[in-house]
Design a protein around this ligand. Structure first.
Ligand code: ADP
Ligand code: ADP
Length: 244
């Protein structure tokens, strides 16, 4: 069953002169279409600058797409007014290369994990804390870590906290944008295994963006290959990687 259907997504960034006139466009994403099914991982690969991140961020409307459609839960994400995106964003989360993007250095990590529950007015303070404590355990920490601050964690540990934060609203799909690229290879494998384990447990789908093919090979069921803004090939991971 499809969870996300992206059709003809385009994103052109205007190039402006010093006076603010548009003098051309960077065609970052040109007419890409793909479908992600329930419970699977779709890897989006390609060399740096080919448009992967632009595609991922457009789906969350962190940047506004130029045109296209993106059906999630049967509704077109691109048709929503910015104000009504809150509901979409509940089921669609994102993990970034740098976990500091989503962790406030001044907040206890426990608070960062449960913050989204508060925004969506879910549970009492005590219930929210219980959920955060459970998630801390799911990603390999103990309850004692609840009161710590991001700087007390290593890069890999911070990424685990970022994952816990992304899980708190029970999302159906998580967009992972180069989630392990900044980490040592041994830590990369741990994070990938954690993501796989959580996927099974919570039946999450992933859009997994990465330039490192060895990482994608380990996690993706299917892969889309981008080149200069185009999706030039897609298929089962084994087929894509067995090509000469
Ligand atoms: P990738 O994630 O594959 O590295 P990006 O989506 O970051 O690729 O970038 C695709 C293209 O869009 C690149 O040419 C990049 O320079 C350009 N680009 C990315 N973000 C912006 C932006 N905010 N403004 C203008 N151009 C951008
Ligand atoms: P296997 O041959 O069973 O894949 P490995 O030692 O290669 O055994 O890997 C063990 C686990 O670690 C794999 O299931 C995979 O998820 C993860 N892993 C290994 N190498 C990488 C890597 N380069 N990037 C991401 N995950 C990896």
């Amino acid at each position: 069953k499809p969870i996300l259907e992206v059709q003809n997504l385009k994103k052109y960034y205007p190039i402006r002169t010093a006076l603010g006139k548009t003098k051309g466009y960077i065609k970052a994403v040109q007419d890409i279409s793909f479908t992600i099914y329930e419970g699977e991982t779709f890897g989006l690969v390609g060399e740096s600058g080919c448009g992967k991140s632009t595609a991922g961020r457009s789906l969350l409307r962190l940047i506004e797409p130029t045109s296209g459609e993106a059906y999630f839960n049967g509704e077109d994400i691109f048709q929503h007014h910015k104000r009504s995106l809150k509901k979409v964003r509940k089921d669609l989360q994102m993990i970034f290369q740098d976990p500091n993007t989503s962790l406030d250095p001044r907040k206890k990590v426990g608070f960062s994990i449960e913050e989204a529950l508060k925004i969506h007015k879910i549970g009492t303070n005590q219930e929210r804390k219980q959920i955060a404590l459970q998630l801390l355990k799911k990603v390999g920490f103990t309850e004692d870590h609840y009161d710590r601050f991001p700087h007390e964690f290593s890069g890999g540990q911070r990424q685990r906290i970022g994952i816990a934060r992304a899980l708190v609203l029970n999302p159906k799909l998580i967009i992972c944008d180069e989630p392990v690229s900044a980490l040592d290879v041994s830590i990369q494998a741990q994070i990938i295994n954690l993501l796989k384990q959580l996927q099974k447990e919570f039946n999450i789908s992933y859009l997994f963006i990465a330039h490192d093919l060895s990482v994608v090979r380990h996690i993706a069921d299917r892969v889309g290959v981008m080149y200069l803004g185009h999706l030039v090939e897609q298929g089962n991971t084994d087929d894509i990687f067995s090509n000469p």
